[in-house]
Design a protein around this ligand. Structure first.
Ligand SMILES: [Zn+2]
Length: 297
């Protein structure tokens, strides 16, 4: 009898384990909610300046999630190579975007992660909204359900908030650009009041976007992972070099599925795409040859 009960327990345990594996692989949370991803990229935002500025919305996200303020971006710390690293999951040696001209990206082998989503789960709705339009250049025909380029961060945030409230969104990438502009004009430094002011302003846009999630009619059935990072830092009114001031960025993963506290392992911007895919129930295949790993979950 005990033997039979033991066997039954084992069988049940196996079934539960199987169900759990299925849910993780299929992109459901443990509570049966549908997993979704919102990525917010803040161009040129240094982690030390983020910590020095008054940023209640960003603070709420990292304090309730997994974070690293020592993450690294591409050795070519310019927007083209770095955003491409974040969105493909590989460094410039593979994606081959070497500057902001996007001359010859290797999209065949290292496409935007929306392309992988489309291949693996074509039913998912993918959105990309940016202030800096070239970020869309690695999207191929049909990769995104929706793309938009808007001239100011305020307009980007307004558009994103309205899309999140009204549309069936599964994955959203948002690029905010004005902190980088402030860095170029007033220097990327905790000593630069105008740079900190720009970060405080972007924090309000982040707040606007995140609070739009709560207003989704389907929000209670959804498990959103919010990932925040930057393409690069900066110093002396510029960036692009392989130095810590330019290459050190923040990585934040917030939401029910995120761990809590500092991520102690090495984190790279290439982890953004891989972590997003994993949360959507698309674990990276070895054949994709990605450089990123799952971080913060
Ligand atoms: Zn710049």
């Amino acid at each position: 009898m005990i033997e039979i009960m033991k066997k039954r327990k084992l069988k049940l345990g196996g079934l539960m384990f199987g169900l759990l594996c299925f849910m993780v692989l299929e992109g459901f949370s443990q509570e049966g909610k549908i997993n979704k991803v919102l990525i917010i990229g803040i161009d040129g935002c240094r982690p030390d300046a983020l910590l020095a500025a008054k940023t209640p919305n960003l603070d709420a996200l990292w304090k309730d999630g997994a974070y690293s303020f020592k993450a690294r971006t591409d050795e070519i710390s310019s927007s083209g190579p770095a955003w491409s690293a974040m969105l493909t999951g590989v460094w410039h040696q593979k994606h081959n975007v070497l500057n902001n001209e996007y001359e010859d990206p290797d999209l065949e082998h290292y496409p935007h992660f929306f392309h992988r989503v489309r291949q693996e789960k074509p039913e998912l709705q993918t959105y990309s909204v940016a202030n800096w339009g070239p970020v869309h250049q690695i999207l191929q025909e049909g990769d995104a359900t929706y793309t938009a380029t808007l001239l100011t961060d305020a307009r980007v945030a307004k558009k994103v908030a309205s899309l999140l409230k009204s549309r069936e969104v599964d994955v959203m990438f948002v690029q905010l650009d004005e902190v980088d502009g402030a860095g170029h004009s007033h220097d990327y430094s905790v000593e630069s009041p105008k740079y900190l002011e720009a970060i405080e302003k972007v924090d309000k846009q982040v707040g606007r976007i995140v609070s739009a999630l709560d207003k989704r009619s389907s929000f209670s059935k959804e498990n959103w992972l919010i990932i925040l990072s930057a393409d690069h830092g900066g110093s002396n009114f510029g960036h692009g070099k392989s130095i810590p001031e330019h290459m050190t960025v923040f990585f934040i993963a917030s939401g029910e599925s995120a761990k809590k506290g500092e991520i102690t392992k090495e984190v790279g911007v290439v982890d953004v795409a891989v972590t997003a895919l994993y949360h959507l129930g698309i674990p990276a295949k070895a054949s994709w040859n990605l450089d990123g790993r799952v971080s913060g979950l």
